[in-house]
Write a protein that binds this ligand. Structure first.
Ligand code: ADP
Length: 449
């Protein structure tokens, strides 16, 4: 096992990794930009090292700075968290070239899944059901129009390198194709340096259901059920729950097995998430994320496992501490993402926290790096916390979420907290009858008037 690991991230996820490492008796090194000298992850880690100025490109994304930080501190492994360098295959290669361990999948797996066309081809070959669409990349507008006509509208044009909701455009009819095609391409080029796009049938009422998988890199893999992350704004998740309110045990077992078998066959190592759209009882693969997800705590809650601990174990060459039969669902969990953003526009709202009080009590987990007097810097993501509740069943989890939200205080900046009591008052949320478009429509009629 490692003696010391470096965490190449910030905020709540850096803290999350510190917590797992500390329970395992592993020392931690926090890295930080000059804007984050007073950040909680820096205070909580055993050691910290400044790696550059505020801009992420010169700090949290600076590979030489992070490798040097490992060399200076003697850290043997790097946990990347999510975002930043977590899905950067060349970073993984460089880490290995320096005789360090990357706590995550191999560079090859990251590269394969990071290119959505290759990911889809790979998954299809492994027996995973995919959204109907173009066979690979679509070279030009004429080809795109031909595919649209054959497949029938609406369709979605996606950048193969896309992520975070960028590089995706819907063409509702043939008349939209030209602008959708060029915009998706341009976004792919400007955000990810790759203008290759592909086309998929646009599903009109699906839910976003993702399967958590975990492999040991030696051909063994398990699934940890699904998360329903259908409540999204601009393709970004806002509210996540596990298990999915409308997924039956039989469906879970079947799709879970397909996913676990697929990743076992490629000797996948570590945590991964296979994302699907689910419509009328069918699952359609959209992409695989080769890292820990923001919403992993809902899975941890219902299975009683620590996914970061498992990531560290398998990276150190140990076996997973559970097999498929050990993984039994207990109750229901919900996570809400709290952003420092001003409603109704969701404009980022950095600034000083004058008062912070985290909720507590049975079944409540608050993953946040906030503290009284902390100044949220303007340079990074606006996620400032995740409130996770766990109950014996869905109604208890919903009631607990409402209660926990009533205790939560974040003063000094605007946040998305007021959104959640309003959502909980909706029959569709109480009943679990929502799809990926529900939240946008609700926001239009309730907030963005
Ligand atoms: P990203 O990598 O940017 O997160 P994804 O491929 O995971 O992109 O898709 C993000 C979201 O976009 C999905 O959760 C869903 O809401 C929507 N989406 C993606 N593909 C389709 C599709 N074929 N039909 C309908 N909605 C889609």
């Amino acid at each position: 096992m490692f003696d010391k690991i470096l965490i190449a991230n910030r905020g709540e996820i850096a803290l999350r990794v510190v917590r797992a490492a500390r329970e395992m008796g592993i020392a931690t090194v926090a890295v930080h930009s000059t804007a984050d000298s007073d950040a909680m992850h820096v205070r909580m880690a055993d050691e910290s090292i400044c790696i550059g100025p505020p801009a992420s490109a010169q700090s949290y994304l600076s590979i030489p700075a992070i490798i040097s930080a490992c060399e200076i501190t003697g850290a043997q492994a790097i946990h990347p968290g999510y975002g930043f360098l977590s899905e950067n295959a060349s970073f993984v290669q460089i880490v290995q070239d320096h005789d360090l361990t990357f706590i995550g999948p191999t560079a090859d797996h990251i590269r394969t899944m990071g290119d959505k066309i290759t990911a889809k081809d790979t998954m299809k070959a492994l027996g995973v059901p995919c959204v109907p669409g173009s066979a690979g990349g679509v070279p030009d507008l004429d080809a795109a129009k031909k595919i649209g006509a054959e497949m029938g509208y609406p369709v979605i044009i996606k950048a193969t390198a896309g992520g975070g909701g960028k590089g995706m455009k819907v063409a509702k009819t043939a008349a939209d194709m030209e602008s959708a095609f060029h915009t998706a391409r341009a976004e792919g080029k400007s955000n990810f340096g790759n203008d290759e796009v592909y086309i998929e049938k646009y599903l009109t009422t699906p839910r976003h259901i993702e399967i958590q998988v975990f492999g040991d890199g030696k051909g063994n893999a398990v699934h940890l059920g699904e998360r329903d992350c259908s409540l999204q704004r601009r393709h970004q998740k806002v509210f996540e729950e596990a298990p999915g309110p409308i997924i039956s045990p039989q469906e879970r077992r079947a799709i879970g097995k397909v996913c676990a078998d697929a990743v076992a066959r490629i000797n996948y190592i570590g945590a991964g998430t296979i994302e699907f759209l689910y419509e009328k009882g069918e699952f359609f693969f959209i992409e695989m994320n080769t890292r820990l997800q923001v919403e992993h705590p809902v899975t941890e809650a219902i299975f009683g496992v620590d996914l970061v601990r498992e990531q560290i174990r398998v990276a150190a060459g140990l076996d997973m501490s559970f097999g498929q039969d050990d993984l039994v669902i207990n109750g229901h969990a919900i996570e809400v993402r709290i952003n420092a953003e001003r409603l109704p526009s969701f404009t980022p709202c950095p600034g000083r926290i004058s008062q912070y009080h985290a909720p507590g009590g049975l079944g409540v987990r608050m993953d946040s790096a906030l503290y009284d007097g902390y100044s949220i810097p303007p340079f990074y993501d606006s996620l400032i916390g995740k409130l996770i509740v766990h109950g014996r069943d869905r109604p208890e989890a919903l009631a607990r979420l409402e209660r926990a939200l009533s205790e939560l205080i974040v003063d000094g900046v605007d946040t998305t907290i007021p959104l959640f009591p309003a959502l909980l008052a909706e029959p569709d949320i109480q009943n679990g009858t929502y799809n990926i478009h529900w939240l946008e429509r609700w926001l239009e009629s309730n907030l963005e008037q």
